[in-house]
Ligand binder design. Sequence first.
Ligand SMILES: [Zn+2]
Length: 264
Amino acid sequence: MWFPSWSHLGQVRAVCFGRKGGVSEKPWDSLNVGFHVEDDPQNVTVNRQRCVEVIGGRLEDWVMAQQVHGHKVARVTSQDRGKGAYTAENAVSGVDGLVCDSPGVTLGILAADCVPVLFYDPRRGAVGIAHSGWKGTVGHLVREVVSVMKQSFGTDPSDLNVCLGPSIRECCYEVGADVARHVNTEFGSSFLVASPHEPKRPDHFMLSLQNCIRSDLMGCGIPQEKIEDFGECTVCHSDYLFSHRESLGKTGRLLSVVRLPAKR
Ligand SMILES: [Zn+2]
């Protein structure tokens, strides 16, 4: 598991988990936290409880997004606690991002190659989280998170601490002409990496989602030095990270969470 340097800064807890330390069997071995991938739901609940032991709080205080590869963001409160905690059925529908300023609520995102992005505003005491695959990235999902945090909490982007969690990187993320066209339109051709990594198929490109997301974050006014990057690729390190692409779609999901501990 990985803690961004700002976890504990002020009062926040932020963690990106790897795949080890859980009870699920192959191909979900072992810390799968996704209910929607045909794993035994009891094992998923045990795995989630193990994550709770690391991050604190209670599983019934989790709020999860439905994750539809869109670019909508919901503001949640303590009224939403438990949504998506014990089943995927009641996760916050239609969104890929969540923001919150209620202590005691744990915001979570599941991913296996898509980029988990965690946000913390120490001045306003607010957090956010997003699931940014290629569709969310070209839809500028992270800009929407910053915008909703501004509107909801008065967040000044220069105060935000951000981290990009474990995800597929330009060494392994080969995309076809359709994805490349969207990236070119939204970010420019320099975000399609040709070197040192070469695509294996003709008319394909290597894409750095992390560079696109970082560009959007900096464009919002977040200082570069406040954007941390886990830095390792899910495909290259599928021994300790889940990768949808490396496993040809049959695998577990990694958990990333951010929470403001409950006030005593
Ligand atoms: Zn790689």
